[in-house]
Design a protein around this ligand. Structure first.
Ligand code: AMP
Length: 311
């Protein structure tokens, strides 16, 4: 079993209220693949420049992530994103985006990348997401993420990509922006009407919720006392979600499977934000994941469910 992810593999320069880092390993596909690698085999599809060195490749290698489809362009420079977060770290500002080799990215997947059961189209040009989706015609489960920039500038292509996947992962502001509907329940219904079976709505420090035609499931964020850098929280959430589902090795996924996956997504997101970039995930252990999963269960389940006597 394996998951294929296509998206940015980058250097990030970050400033948060807790400090700053220059050119550390980042990118949506990086965060997704490292998180998913705790659950299953991962193949990453992306492009980097000659500045992407042994140390960066070593992070993927140390997690057993297949980088066969990570093209390296001789003489090129890697995608570089510079971001700054306000004291309210739900508010992020893009200071600079240098696409570099990413500008000419033309993903052509190897046979093994095409054959994964689960394919995640991280935040890239929607036309490229569709191109990859079409190359993975046998995938059992597909998902995509996007961002305000594409919602505004590539709406039609994004709609076509949304129609082609099973699961859409967006934050609540993006869902509102895409649908033009301020009521979240109506907005979710509009999005699902396009075809996807599942909408995962990220709500930053407030957690995440999953909406399907039949059910609604909400999970709080883990109550961390120190959040150092929220970069990659959404991608790690998606990595935990899809990685866990792949690890089940099931051909049919039911609502309980999806709910557990939302909790594993939340677990992975809660770790990544504890330190800059994916520093925390590089030394994360399986025991820590299981321990936090249990804590999430305690936060979300109350037993026995005793109804109050109301009057
Ligand atoms: P997240 O915090 O999960 O929304 O994603 C953060 C990651 O997205 C960072 O590591 C960036 O390198 C990457 N990123 C930022 N802007 C873009 C963009 N326009 N296209 C692709 N990836 C991006």
């Amino acid at each position: 079993m394996s998951v294929t992810v296509v998206g940015s593999v980058a250097f990030d320069s970050l400033e948060t209220p807790f400090g700053s880092r220059e050119r550390i390993l980042g990118g949506a596909a990086t965060h997704f693949s490292v998180a998913a690698s705790f659950f299953t085999d991962v193949r990453v599809v992306g492009v980097v420049g000659e500045d992407f060195g042994d140390d960066e490749f070593a992070v993927f290698r140390s997690r057993g992530i297949d980088t066969t489809d990570l093209q390296q362009v001789p003489g090129g420079r890697s995608f570089h994103w510079t971001g700054r977060y306000e004291d309210d770290m739900n508010v992020a500002h893009t200071v600079d985006t240098q696409l570099n080799v990413f500008a000419d990215f033309d993903p052509q997947l190897s046979e093994s990348a095409r054959s994964s059961r689960i394919v995640f189209l991280a935040n890239i040009l929607p036309a490229l997401q569709l191109q990859v989706r079409e190359q993975c015609s046998d995938a059992m489960l597909t998902g995509l993420d996007s961002m305000n920039f594409w919602i505004e500038s590539e709406r039609d292509a994004l709609t076509a990509a949304i129609r082609a996947v099973d699961c859409v992962v967006l934050n609540d502001a993006e869902v509102r922006m895409y649908t033009g509907e301020p009521n979240m329940a109506k907005a979710a219904r509009q999005l699902l009407a396009l075809g996807p079976r599942v909408l995962l709505m990220k709500q930053g420090v407030y957690g995440a919720c999953m909406v399907t035609a039949e059910s609604f499931f909400s999970v709080p964020a883990y109550p961390l006392e120190t959040v150092v850098d929220p970069t990659g929280a959404g991608d790690s959430f998606a990595g935990g979600f899809f990685g866990y589902l792949d690890s089940l090795e099931k051909s049919e996924l039911d609502d309980q499977d999806l709910r557990q996956a939302v909790v594993y997504g939340s677990v992975m997101a809660s770790f990544v934000v504890e330190e800059f970039g994916n520093e925390r995930l590089q030394r994360l252990t399986e025991d820590e994941i299981h321990e936090r999963f249990d804590e999430f269960r305690e936060m979300t389940v109350f037993e026995p469910p005793v109804r109050a006597t109301t009057r």
